[in-house]
Write a protein that binds this ligand. Structure first.
Ligand SMILES: Cc1cc2nc3c(=O)[nH]c(=O)nc-3n(C[C@H](O)[C@H](O)[C@H](O)COP(=O)(O)OP(=O)(O)OC[C@H]3O[C@@H](n4cnc5c(N)ncnc54)[C@H](O)[C@@H]3O)c2cc1C
Length: 392
């Protein structure tokens, strides 16, 4: 029998979607969660855990069966992201980047040859994917990117540096954006599919962070890296529409990951509040602790309301959902960060001790406020829609 909170979270899901959530949660808690702290301490990338997703169909749920994937509805895919993120940022990110940014973009904009080349390999779990968008000069103003793609016989030469690139050292496929004409700003931006293992002129370097030590981020240098014509995704100068569609889907999966993290904070804070005592009472009996718990529930459910609706809209194929994806990403990512801060507060000083998981979640949640667009970018986009100066 489900608790009132579980009933609320699951209320408007179908039976199948509830079953997906339950199965992924059981798997994630049993197979992934016990290893995450050790991976973080040892700065180890969770390669073996990622491979466990493949036979269960959690690795490539957006890849159609004709390419060997385990295709399911978008909402269920979001639930996979939510439940994986509830236990591990990195494993959830692999699924989110590989499906939302790469597989979906190839399905939407790729040629038949590109689909045949990449999608079966993604589906079999043979290759992980990275999206190379952000540059040292900035990640928000992508229309002003410095990386260039120069036309040469039979293809393009890429030059430039990308930073903060998740999974880059482990990936077998890069989604890269570069400009074919920097004067044309966003109209010069062009998307490419690049094989980092066989392309000469790509160097992958370390990108040290204060969080996510699990060997996750890298910087990527392109020095006259040759990409053949069949690596072009979409049209020359047509990278922005490709990016827009990819990021919309990416914002959905990141929002769902944020909900997973927000939920995890609640799952950790509630038992602690019911166990820890001060002044002869359980701290959960103090109203100020109860306020934090209530706010955490409210934020998590607000995030579910907007993100689940977005998932259903994407399943209904309503066309572009830029406003809704910005809203979901904004609300869910800020909920995750605030829940992590509150969960630490409930734990008192132990919240920051190595003994408890909750302190790690603060920076991991904060990191989700940056990927797929910052809160400021999303507020800007939402305001522009509200003011009528942006139509899509
Ligand atoms: C853990 C992690 C993983 C990541 N993974 C990837 C990845 O796999 N691939 C990838 O390409 N990138 C990745 N990123 C990078 C991320 O996408 C960027 O950090 C993000 O897009 C912001 O870019 P920036 O950090 O250069 O900030 P900037 O663009 O320099 O912005 C700095 C500040 O100014 C604000 N700002 C900018 N423009 C405006 C405006 N018009 N109005 C108001 N405020 C504004 C921003 O919101 C921000 O607060 C990752 C980042 C992190 C932290």
């Amino acid at each position: 029998m489900s608790t009132p909170l579980e009933r609320m979270a699951d209320f408007d899901l179908t039976e199948d979607q509830r079953a997906v959530r339950a199965a992924v949660r059981e798997f994630a808690e049993k197979e992934i969660l016990p290893h995450v702290e050790a991976h973080e301490r040892e700065a180890r990338y969770p390669t073996e855990l990622i491979q466990k997703l493949v036979p269960l169909g959690y690795f490539a749920p957006m890849v159609p069966e004709e390419y060997g994937g385990s295709f399911i509805d978008t909402m269920s895919y979001g639930l996979i992201c939510e439940e994986l993120a509830r236990v591990d940022w990195v494993v959830a990110s692999v699924v989110s980047v590989g499906n939302s940014l790469l597989a979906k973009s190839i399905l939407r904009f790729g040629s038949d040859a590109q689909k045949d080349r990449w999608l079966p390999a993604i589906a079999r779990g043979e290759i992980l994917s990275s999206a190379c968008l952000t540059e040292p000069g900035g990640g928000t103003d992508l229309g002003n990117m410095q990386s260039t793609a120069t036309r040469v016989e039979g293809g393009w030469r890429l030059n430039g540096t990308k930073v903060f690139i998740s999974h880059a050292a482990h990936a077998g496929l890069f989604f890269v954006v570069a400009s074919i004409d920097r004067e044309r700003k966003h109209k010069g931006v062009t998307a490419f599919l690049v094989d980092p293992k066989t392309t000469e002129g790509i160097q992958i370097g370390e990108f040290p962070m204060r969080t996510l030590q699990r060997d996750n981020l890298a910087e990527v240098h392109f020095q006259d890296a040759f990409v053949p014509d069949d690596g072009l995704l979409g049209e020359p100068g047509g990278g922005f529409p490709v990016l827009g569609a990819a990021l919309e889907m990416g914002r959905f999966s990141v929002a769902m990951r944020c909900i997973g993290q927000a939920q995890r904070c609640l799952d950790l804070a509630i038992p602690y509040a019911m166990e820890r005592e001060a002044f002869g009472k359980k701290i959960g009996e103090f109203q100020m602790i109860q306020k934090m718990i209530a706010d955490m529930v409210a934020r998590t459910e607000q995030a579910r309301a907007v993100a689940y609706r977005l998932g259903r809209m994407l399943d209904a194929d309503v066309g572009r959902a830029s406003l809704e994806s910005s809203l979901a990403k904004l609300v869910a990512s800020e909920a995750a960060t605030q829940n992590a801060l509150d969960a630490v507060q409930v734990h008192g000083g132990y919240g920051l001790s190595a003994e408890y998981e909750v302190g790690r979640l603060v920076l991991e949640a904060k990191a989700l406020e940056f990927g797929e667009g910052t809160s400021e970018l999303h507020r800007k986009l939402i305001a522009e829609f509200a003011l009528g100066v942006r139509k899509q």
